[in-house]
Design a protein around this ligand. Structure first.
Ligand code: NDP
Length: 487
């Protein structure tokens, strides 16, 4: 099981290596096998990446938007044509099931590239009449944008950042998580093949220090991070020192509120997708499931029945629903949370253990886990777990549910299940979250903005809103009369 790339970094249109950088291995966490050995970027590699991106950006910004759009569309076509190969690589790198990666990773990148290609051609300013004079605005690119990714959706994260950035005329230097370094190199190759200038999308590998060096590089105009809140705070303040733009897509502890009148099977389906997809390693997961007391027992019973049908196993087997976690370290963290849940008095209603048997022995597998009788003060109801651990809480009234759902420093996402649409909108209106779903959960179509409030971040990805975070307005005031000077 080998997935060794040509070299560690893709810079200025070609693979490059610098063995002076710290070596690190990429593991397939279902078996513990090393699938590739790479090197972190040295300062020389970082400088080369930033300098070539700055050169490419000048050429790219001068390229007519319709031509920029063509390059993005060609990249989308190439990714779509290679979806199987890319998904297999993504499943090796992330250990997510192939049935997920085939539909939710590279293909999500394709959608972003296609949609932002369409936006590229419609970027325009406005004319502002001023009596005799007039002004007009121009939406300009920022320059070189740095993208820093988490390990859960490496291809999607790279494309969600690159597509709007490139559509607006920027270049990007991307650093994937060192746990998932492989797929973004393929994305960089594909951009070149699609006709992008060398250096327009560079990939450099490394740990947090490489991310920090990129965030503070003199040529960096913007940093877009997908990661945890503590990392977000560090990157935001580092970027602020240089007055750089930021987009922060950070963690969450999102609520799903299920009212008595909800379609119970749909609500359970939403809660399961929002806790067990990608083995629970999704930022917007609805990990606090508030169920109104009248249906609480039936909800729990059906939730357990349906959770029993989840097939945990080899991510490369097309029948597998749930693979392992990204690493042993992540599993140890999740196990720690399960222990805390039990210790603090929640009822372990399902799972909580490590699956056993030959398929599981060397991997970071964990059972899908349900806790009931969870209270708001418990650790598992307060902290982001980033694993397949669902907490069930019950409530009596709408006002109580809203207050408790909002009782968190996070504000990424929220869900409401009810057949009363007036209530659905009323509750969504009061939930403190960047995205609220009514009668569905965790859908992130490229057409709709995505991002958090409170500590879950700032800025938006996807939707037309994303374009505002990858461009800046220039106002040009045109004087048509005489200059009225008292001197
Ligand atoms: P981390 O915050 O640990 O890391 C994110 C990225 O930042 C990694 O590439 C990391 O490198 C890098 N990094 C670490 N320190 C610094 C630094 N000082 N300066 C610059 N870059 C740095 O997150 P995880 O990779 O563990 O991902 C899980 C987290 O991501 C969860 O909290 C999750 O909620 C969040 N997330 C948010 C999403 C959203 O859209 N809101 C989507 C997906 C995940 P390295 O890996 O080497 O540490």
């Amino acid at each position: 099981m080998q997935a060794q790339p040509t070299a560690s970094h893709f810079v200025d249109g070609a693979y490059i290596e610098d063995e002076a950088g710290q070596a690190f291995d990429s593991f397939h966490s279902a078996t513990g096998e090393v699938i590739a050995r790479l090197h972190a970027a040295t300062p020389a590699v970082i400088d080369k990446a930033m300098e070539s991106a700055a050169r490419a950006q000048v050429e790219w910004a001068a390229t007519p938007p319709a031509e920029r759009a063509r390059v993005l569309r060609r990249a989308a076509d190439l990714i779509r044509a290679r979806n199987e190969e890319l998904s297999r690589l993504e499943s090796l790198d992330t250990a997510k099931p192939i049935q997920e990666t085939l539909v939710a990773d590279a293909m999500s990148g394709v959608e972003a590239l296609e949609w932002f290609a369409a936006q590229a051609a419609s970027i325009a300013g406005e004319a502002v009449p001023l009596g005799t004079d007039f002004a007009y605005t121009v939406r300009e690119p920022l320059g070189v944008c740095v993208g820093i990714g988490a390990w859960n959706y490496p291809t999607q994260i790279a494309c969600w950042k690159a597509a709007p950035a490139l559509a607006c005329g920027n270049a990007m230097v991307f650093k994937p998580s060192e746990l998932t370094p492989l797929c973004t190199l393929k994305v960089a190759e594909i951009f070149m093949e699609a006709g992008a200038p060398a250096g327009l999308f560079n990939v450099v590998q490394g740990f947090g220090d490489v991310g920090a060096a990129l965030s503070t590089h003199p040529l960096t105009a913007k940093v877009s991070l997908t990661g945890s809140v503590p990392t977000g705070a560090k990157v935001y303040s580092a970027a602020a020192a240089g007055m750089r733009h930021v987009t922060m897509e950070l963690g969450g502890k999102s609520p799903i509120v299920v009212f008595d009148d909800a379609d119970i099977e749909d609500a359970i389906g939403g809660a399961m997708l929002g806790n067990f997809y990608s083995a629970g390693q999704i930022c917007s997961n609805g990990t606090r499931v508030f169920v109104q007391s009248g249906i609480r027992d039936r909800f729990l019973e059906r939730l357990i029945e349906r959770t029993k049908t989840i097939r945990v196993g080899d991510p490369l087997d097309p029948d597998t629903h749930m693979g392992p976690l990204i690493s042993e370290a992540q599993r140890a963290k999740v196990v720690g949370y399960i222990e805390a849940g039990t210790r603090e008095g929640a009822t372990l209603a399902y799972g909580g253990g490590l699956p056993s048997g030959p398929v599981f022995d060397k991997g970071a597998f964990i059972e899908p886990t349900i806790f009931s009788d969870v209270t708001d003060d418990m650790t598992i109801a307060r902290e982001e777990i980033f694993g397949p651990v669902l907490s069930l809480l019950s409530f009596e009234t709408e006002d109580e549910a809203i207050a408790r759902a909002n009782g968190t420093p996070f504000g990424l996402a929220a869900g409401v299940f009810t057949r009363d649409l007036a209530r659905g909108h009323r509750v969504a209106g009061q939930l403190q979250a960047g995205i609220c779903w009514i009668n569905t959960y965790n859908l992130t179509p490229v057409e709709a903005p995505f991002g958090g409030v409170k500590q879950s971040g700032l800025g938006r990805e996807n939707g037309r809103a994303a374009m505002e975070f990858y461009s800046q307005l220039k106002t040009v005031h045109v004087g048509l009369g005489r200059v009225d000077s008292p001197y």
